[in-house]
Design a protein around this ligand. Structure first.
Ligand code: URP
Ligand code: ZN
Ligand code: ZN
Length: 487
């Protein structure tokens, strides 16, 4: 299949120019002015932005949690992502406690293969790492899983102790891989939860009241200090507040190789949502919880100043019906997480670019280029360049929509509510090309489950890893050196 995209405004993290793009097979073959080339499909992108497909490095499709499973499968969740202009996700595969991480990886391959609409990669959630299992980290890297998530929260389920975190970081530092940290002091949070329940405080808002920002900041501080001593890079996931951002900045000033992401819900929703009476506010039981509104300006400032690197979604949907319901009468049983994979690009374009908080290049960088680079997929993903995968979004910067779970144009996620119900945005995905194939055509899905392929990632490629970039053998190979045992 060949595609010629004519007359668009091509925007990457660093470029902004008018050009035509010729896609031959799965890759970008030629970029130039007024290209006269025969193509099987010609798309007129006049008045549109032509941007690299979004890369969402934090999703949980069909993830077991609290006796249920997140409600989007790889089929439904990746199709929704495509509608929203995301062409690659990095989902969290999970080790069952006591079992091999490689088994966990097999399980996640089984869920995704043949079902995904867009390309996907995996991080590995490590729940325990006895010394005899530590070599698995290198084996995972050989399989293209070059980042791991460890939790300081959820004692008895996913929490990893500091010794485990230190061991994992030291290995990651040696191997050129990356530890992602869920930074919250889960042990103290558990005490607060027990005390709240004992006092009869069972409503959803107590989820937020038992997870103060200071305990996220303490987790971030500890993770950053351990990484510093381990001489390893670290990536703080779903950073939600100024307290934790301050710890991140302090560590960066000390030279710690510290990265962090925040998410649209921390930028656009706030703790006022928990004041809604009744059980409806269980929609916002996600972790860390929504924070006081003033934190939002600080997070935007952190995105502008490059202290925060990425905007991911932490897409982890649970239906109100039957799933969030599990915690009626005990907020600690409400499955944690919310939907968003479909809405990220429009929300950030509107509230970031249209609102003058970030420019259009930074928008692309935060939603595509930086996650591709940090997680070892750049320049195959995350940009529009000759030789890169033709993951391209034609984005209408003028189209106005109101996001609603009852509007089939804005809601394809398999969940019975939208976290952004009634949000009006200007800027909407029109057409999506995934590795050279049109999969969303002017708002209509024309792809098939299974067209998305597994992306075997290279090593950590953050700003602190020039040696990793030096090993890149070119967009054609899709691989970098650095992970093989013989290196
Ligand atoms: O509430 C959340 N974030 N659920 C998903 C699990 C996690 O901690 O990322
Ligand atoms: Zn987490
Ligand atoms: Zn998550």
């Amino acid at each position: 299949m060949s595609v010629l995209i004519k007359n668009g405004r091509v925007v990457t993290a660093v470029d902004d120019y008018r050009a035509d793009i010729f896609v031959d097979g799965e890759r970008v073959a030629l970029i130039g002015r007024d290209l006269e080339i025969a193509a099987e499909r010609v798309i007129d992108a006049t008045g549109r932005l032509v941007i690299p497909g979004g890369v969402d490095p934090h999703t949980h499709m069909e993830m077991p949690f609290g006796g249920t499973e997140s409600s989007d499968t790889f089929e439904t969740g990746t199709r929704a992502a495509a509608f929203g202009g995301t062409t690659c996700i990095v989902d969290f595969a999970m080790q069952s406690r006591g079992a091999s991480t490689l088994e966990g990886l097999d399980t996640w391959h089984g869920k995704a293969a043949g079902n995904a609409a867009i390309d996907y990669a995996f991080h590995m959630i490590i729940t325990d790492l006895p010394e005899r299992r530590a070599p698995e980290m290198r084996r995972l890297a050989d399989e293209g899983v070059t980042s791991y998530k460890l939790f300081m929260a959820y004692p008895g389920a996913m929490l990893a102790d500091d010794a485990t975190i230190f061991r994992a970081m030291r290995r990651a530092g040696e191997d050129g891989t990356l530890v992602c940290m869920h930074a919250e002091n889960g042990v103290v949070i558990d005490e607060l939860v027990k005390a709240a329940l004992a006092a009869g405080h069972v409503e959803p808002k107590y989820h937020a009241l038992t997870r103060p920002t200071r305990l996220e900041a303490e987790g971030a501080h500890r993770a950053l200090a351990i990484a510093e001593v381990a001489r390893a890079p670290v990536y703080i996931v779903h950073l939600s507040c100024y307290d934790a951002l301050t710890e991140l900045r302090r560590a960066q000033e000390r030279g710690v190789m510290a990265h962090a992401e925040t998410c649209p819900h921390y930028l656009l929703l706030d703790a006022g949502a928990y004041d809604e009476p009744g059980f409806g506010n269980a929609r916002y039981v996600l972790t860390p919880p929504l924070r006081e509104k003033w934190n939002q300006d600080e997070l935007w400032r952190g995105l502008r100043s490059n202290d925060l690197d990425v905007i991911s979604t932490d897409h982890c949907p649970f239906c109100m019906r039957e799933q969030k319901e599990l915690g009626r009468g005990d907020f600690s049983r409400i499955p944690n997480g919310g939907p968003g994979v479909e809405n990220r690009m429009s929300l950030i374009y509107h509230h970031g670019v249209n609102a003058g908080r970030i420019d259009v290049n930074r928008f692309v960088e935060l939603t595509s280029t930086a996650p591709a680079r940090i997680f070892g997929m750049f320049p195959r993903k995350g940009t529009i360049a000759v030789g890169s995968d033709a993951d391209i979004v034609i984005f209408d910067p003028q189209r106005e929509v109101t996001i609603s779970s009852s509007d089939p144009r804005t809601h394809h996620m398999n969940v019975d509510y939208s976290a952004y119900e009634g949000f009006e945005v200007r800027g909407f995905t029109e057409t999506v090309i995934s590795r050279g194939r049109v999969i969303v055509d002017k708002g209509e899905y024309v792809g098939r489950p299974g067209q998305g392929q597994y992306v075997k990632r290279g090593p950590y490629g953050g700003a602190y890893a020039p040696q990793a970039a030096a090993g890149w053998t070119g967009a054609d190979s899709g691989q970098r050196r650095g992970n093989a045992p013989e290196d």
